[in-house]
Design a protein around this ligand. Structure first.
Ligand SMILES: Cc1cc2nc3c(=O)[nH]c(=O)nc-3n(C[C@H](O)[C@H](O)[C@H](O)COP(=O)(O)OP(=O)(O)OC[C@H]3O[C@@H](n4cnc5c(N)ncnc54)[C@H](O)[C@@H]3O)c2cc1C
Length: 50
């Protein structure tokens, strides 16, 4: 049984899942892509992402 369903396994979805887990909630992340994208999108973290 999950408490939260997160749509999208990007940085925000994955971080949200980690934070919810630390808070004691059970989350499942649903990602549409079958495997990680090959095009890099985070060579470094910029302000908006952080
Ligand atoms: C070419 C490029 C280069 C970049 N370079 C940098 C960089 O160097 N440094 C930096 O800090 N930022 C960079 N960025 C920005 C950074 O990638 C984004 O700010 C960041 O990925 C946003 O994270 P997010 O989790 O909000 O969304 P996303 O990373 O877009 O993740 C959303 C996820 O949700 C999935 N999804 C969407 N709809 C559904 C659905 N209906 N069902 C299931 N899954 C779904 C998508 O497949 C995706 O995996 C770059 C972006 C691009 C496009």
């Amino acid at each position: 049984m999950k408490d939260v369903v997160i749509i999208g396994g990007g940085p925000n979805g994955l971080l949200m899942a980690c934070e919810l887990s630390l808070a004691g909630a059970r989350a499942v992340v649903l990602e549409q892509l079958p495997e990680p994208a090959t095009r890099p999108k985070a060579n470094g973290l910029v302000g908006r992402v952080v």
